[in-house]
Design a protein around this ligand. Structure first.
Ligand SMILES: NC(=O)c1ccc[n+]([C@@H]2O[C@H](COP(=O)([O-])OP(=O)(O)OC[C@H]3O[C@@H](n4cnc5c(N)ncnc54)[C@H](O)[C@@H]3O)[C@@H](O)[C@H]2O)c1
Length: 276
């Protein structure tokens, strides 16, 4: 459901040019904005009229596409390593200096390292844990003063964390990644309960396999078995737009009372074991 876009009643008469768009529409921060699911979430939010700040390790500039031409003034990006607490703290300080409130935070940045548990190097576990679990924790915590500003239990600000079906039904071959996704699902559930009284809901979207650079690595280019196993009962692999649809639903008026859920977006893959 499209988000309602209402001008803020307390908008200043002459906001400075660098922040004027923040007062015109709802505002969101999206991590992992340079690629895949995060990038498409940024684009879809902009097309729905939101003001968006993208955070990523990589350059998260908007693509040069005609459909986005009208949206450029409502988009800003910052480089940030969400796995480093000081980086997250600094970037949210910069953001807080530009905007007084935030309507939504979407935590999409994530990393995967494939392999059997016994073969992982300790550094790989540290990386996946710091980006996939500590990253959302640090971003949610840093965003709270902005999210709480102007929100209420009747009209809550929203946090959406991109988890994974792997966090519900762990996958051999990406076992520790699944561990981190199960952990971030629990993290989001606890945040959902802790933050609800102050008017912030926290939900998880748990995608099945989605066609993004994350799934276009060597494992998907072998004999095609990875792509076959990624196929959903609907007969196709998911697209970033499938995830963005669920994110927009959770940010919309129709989801004001939805809190603490893990919403699978997998075409039904987890519903039953399938022969591949
Ligand atoms: N693609 C899938 O099949 C799939 C399935 C389930 C869950 N997910 C989850 O969806 C989210 C997005 O994945 P995607 O498929 O779009 O992957 P992607 O690789 O296309 O995009 C991930 C983005 O996160 C950024 N990122 C990585 N580490 C970062 C860090 N430390 N700080 C800031 N940014 C960082 C990357 O630069 C990249 O732009 C991830 O959390 C992923 O675990 C993906």
């Amino acid at each position: 459901m499209p988000a309602q876009i209402a001008p803020r009643a307390d908008a200043p008469a002459s906001p400075t040019p660098s922040i004027s768009h923040e007062y015109m529409s709802k505002s969101a921060i999206v991590t992992g904005a340079a690629s895949g699911i995060g990038r498409r979430a940024v684009e879809r939010l902009l097309l729905e009229g939101w003001s968006v700040i993208g955070l990523d390790l990589a350059d998260a500039a908007l693509a040069e596409r005609d459909e986005l031409a009208e949206c450029r003034a409502r988009y800003t990006s910052f480089t940030c390593d969400i796995g480093i607490g000081a980086d997250v703290h600094d970037v949210f300080q910069k953001i807080a200096a530009r905007m007084p409130k935030l309507d939504a935070l979407i935590c999409s940045a994530g990393v995967v390292r494939f392999g059997a548990l016994e073969n992982h190097e300790s550094e790989e576990l540290d990386l996946m844990f710091s980006v996939n679990v500590k990253g959302p924790w640090a971003c949610i915590r840093s965003a709270l003063p902005l999210l709480r500003n102007g929100s209420s239990p009747h009209d809550p600000a929203r946090v959406v964390v991109i988890g994974s079906i792997g966090g519900i039904r762990p996958k051999v071959g990406s076992g520790f990644y699944s561990v981190t996704k199960a952990a971030v699902h629990v993290l989001a559930s606890v945040f959902a309960v802790e933050l609800a009284p102050s008017g912030v809901t926290v939900n998880v979207v748990a995608p099945g396999t989605i066609e993004t650079p994350m799934t276009q690595g060597p494992r998907s280019r072998d004999d095609g078995s990875y792509n076959r196993s990624a196929m959903s009962p609907l007969g196709r692999i998911g697209r970033p737009d499938d995830v963005a649809d669920a994110v927009l639903y959770l940010l919309g008026d129709g989801a004001k009372y939805v809190n603490g859920v893990v919403l699978p977006v997998d075409g039904g893959s987890r519903a039953a074991f399938t022969k591949t």
